[in-house]
Design a protein around this ligand. Sequence first.
Ligand SMILES: C=CC1=C(C)c2cc3[nH]c(cc4nc(cc5[nH]c(cc1n2)c(C)c5CCC(=O)O)C(CCC(=O)O)=C4C)c(C)c3C=C
Ligand SMILES: [Fe+2]
Ligand SMILES: [Fe+2]
Length: 387
Amino acid sequence: MGRVGVLLLNLGGPDSLEDVRPFLFNLFADPEIIRIPFPWLQKPLAWLISTRRAKTSQDNYRQIGGGSPLRQITEAQAEVLETALQKELDQVSVYIGMRYWHPFTEEAIARIKQDGVEKLVILPLYPQFSISTSGSSFRLLERIWQQDPSLENLQYTVIPSWYQHPNYLRAMADLIAGELDKFENPDQVHIFFSAHGVPLSYVAEAGDPYQREIEDCTRLILNTLNRPNPHILAYQSRVGPVEWLKPYTEDALIELGQQGVQEIVVVPISFVSEHIETLQEIDIEYREIAEEAGIHHFGRVPALNTHPLFIQSLKELVIESLHSTPKQFAEVTRMEKRVKMYPQERWEWGLTTTAEVWNGRLAMLGFLALLLELISGNGPLHFVGLL
Ligand SMILES: C=CC1=C(C)c2cc3[nH]c(cc4nc(cc5[nH]c(cc1n2)c(C)c5CCC(=O)O)C(CCC(=O)O)=C4C)c(C)c3C=C
Ligand SMILES: [Fe+2]
Ligand SMILES: [Fe+2]
């Protein structure tokens, strides 16, 4: 079959406290993360938001040891997956491409070229698809392909999302059962699925299948678990002023407390590794909110990390995709997932005169807003809640 490469995609996280601000800049500079209708405003705004958010974010990373464990865990996953794949394929290497921090996706592609990979399987480490996660990484790769003619010879296939995979579901059910069984009456414990949120407009306007895939995923996990527990799904980690998917995790915790629920296990469901939102947000912030709401027994299901059944599911996904018709980036985002990526797809119709005039006017306004913000530390952006 020739030399096979597997490219694992993930978000990336700051390795140290100094990395936090530039990491946040990269994140907010991505139009799939903050959808600003004026591309020229993206970078100044990213600079502003990352500068303003850095301290709080650093405090959070400090609480989990001064950086994100994501790189180490992803490297461990890649290593175990590579060993498993080497039992099935002659020449195979696994690479890591992070979206906002080292090792960057661009670096991974450079290594893939250097190693002479002939067939590449692109596998996001997000079980469910969202414009803001896998979609953003696919968009970046599509651009890399467009700008580098030498990549034409590299055959690739994309795995869009894979939360239905039986071994992934078994791994999740196994971890949940393990946590439930620590309680005296395991069947009475509330199972609290906490998914990472996205702004409501992603789903309602841009057609992001994320919410549907999350709901479907929780249903499949519960079927696989096959226990009678009560359960709930809520969305965590909201940032900024706009409405996100509901119910919000903190509100759902308070409501459960009011209903007299005292025992829960929280299941992080949109991410396969431990990271700041499990170790800090769930284990520290949400635990405190739950405690105050009267939920005194708070368990948290560990992330999959290198769970053997999880690695097995990744291995099977890779092998299956090598034997199927290759899928291209554009096919996956526009045809299969049918999402509107942003802002490129709204701006492709070009700059009409009116749009240009408005661009000019808004540029002036934007800069005034930024200036005000910088001078007073409390300008209009703060007012609308973006900072
Ligand atoms: C499937 C998972 C994720 C979705 C969907 C997602 C959307 C999304 N995130 C932000 C803003 C931030 N995310 C941040 C960190 C972060 N996000 C995810 C996952 C998803 N994000 C992870 C795993 C991490 C942490 C990585 C790590 O360091 O361990 C951050 C930075 C941290 C902080 O300051 O809180 C921000 C900001 C938006 C706006 C968004 C959807 C549009
Ligand atoms: Fe995020
Ligand atoms: Fe967060």
